[in-house]
Design a protein around this ligand. Structure first.
Ligand SMILES: NC(=O)c1ccc[n+]([C@@H]2O[C@H](COP(=O)([O-])OP(=O)(O)OC[C@H]3O[C@@H](n4cnc5c(N)ncnc54)[C@H](OP(=O)(O)O)[C@@H]3O)[C@@H](O)[C@H]2O)c1
Length: 294
């Protein structure tokens, strides 16, 4: 799809990959709708957009709030007469073990990374279908193909996003709506800083390289322009994912021995629920029942 003259909604547009994607699409002549929670940051992005952005609209939106997302989509359609491109980019990270990790953090992660995308797709796809054209981009991750330790819930949310992309692509086939999945690897953004953390994050091995957010944004634009189904950023990401398909035990070994596992909590560090006999006696056990008077 030609990007010039189209209307694009980008979620998580206040920083990082989302901000660079908004800039890239604006540079290519799209009208951009910037969505994330922070109005202040979105307005700063809007003020710095390169020419020739046709128009820009800032709509502060929490993607976990389905009604707010419906408002974002409705407002876009009213202002621009339709929605051509949806980039589901809003996301958070969680560095925490599965066993013993906070269930609340896990729910929040899925609410943003997975349900946020579902809300946006459900609200935007009917407009695209009625126009008989549109492009949905879901920003997953290499972690949606390989699940590193202490990133398990994050990976699960990104695996789920890939499944969502594949199924909705098939469901919308023939309607003129295309769906792309993007698989960034390590990217220089404030993602790690913003990540929810329940464990100390070790430094990553020095051989791992970071891509820039601008590089990821250019790949997103290419995916839209040429209707590309799956887009990776770095050759080493493709190599790692391919190796994981043909030799998963080898990748397990590398991840265990060269990445984070030496730092993850060992079973002895995890608090176990007290064994039954050690548990606090209940009131009935502590105080013998009163004897009925003879
Ligand atoms: N950086 C990496 O290494 C990397 C690698 C692979 C994949 N990714 C994926 O790339 C995407 C962008 O991440 P990034 O690296 O650019 O990180 P980032 O700089 O932390 O950006 C995250 C964006 O998501 C928005 N956001 C968070 N919670 C939200 C919510 N409830 N509703 C709406 N917006 C919300 C944030 O804006 P507000 O705070 O204003 O809401 C921010 O704009 C994410 O989906 C991430 O999983 C990143």
């Amino acid at each position: 799809m030609k990007i010039d003259g189209r209307t694009a909604i980008i979620t998580g547009a206040s920083t990082g990959i989302g901000r660079e994607t908004a800039r890239e699409l604006a540079r290519r002549g799209a009208s951009v709708v910037l969505a994330s929670r922070s109005r202040e940051k979105l307005e700063a992005v809007a003020a710095g957009l390169p020419a020739p952005a046709a128009r820009c609209l800032v709509v502060p939106t929490d993607v976990t709030d389905r009604l707010a997302v419906e408002g974002l989509i409705r407002r876009t359609a009213e202002e621009f007469g339709g929605i051509d491109i949806l980039v589901n980019n809003a996301g958070v990270g969680l560095f925490a073990p599965i066993v013993g990790g906070s269930i609340d953090n896990m729910h929040h992660l899925f609410n943003v990374n997975f349900w946020g995308a579902v809300h946006c797709i459900q609200a935007a796809a009917p407009y695209m279908r009625s126009q008989r054209q549109g492009h949905i981009v879901n920003v997953s991750s290499v972690a949606g193909r390989i699940a590193p330790p202490l990133m398990g819930m994050y990976s699960a949310s990104k695996f789920a996003l890939i499944a969502l992309s594949d199924a909705v692509r098939a469901e919308l086939s023939g309607s003129g709506v295309a769906v792309s999945t993007i698989y960034p690897g390590l990217t220089e953004t404030s993602f790690e800083e913003n990540m929810m953390r329940e464990a100390e994050m070790p430094g990553l091995p020095p051989f791992l390289r970071y891509a820039t957010a601008a590089t990821v944004a250019r790949r997103i634009a290419l995916a839209i322009r040429w209707r590309i189904r799956d887009v990776y950023i770095a050759p080493e990401d493709v190599a790692a994912v391919s190796l994981n398909t043909v030799a998963p035990q080898l990748v397990d070994w590398v991840v265990r021995n060269l990445w984070l596992i030496p730092f993850s909590p060992q079973p002895r560090d995890l608090a176990l629920p007290p064994a039954e006999e050690e548990a606090e006696p209940s009131r009935e056990q502590a105080e013998p029942p009163e004897r009925p008077e003879a």
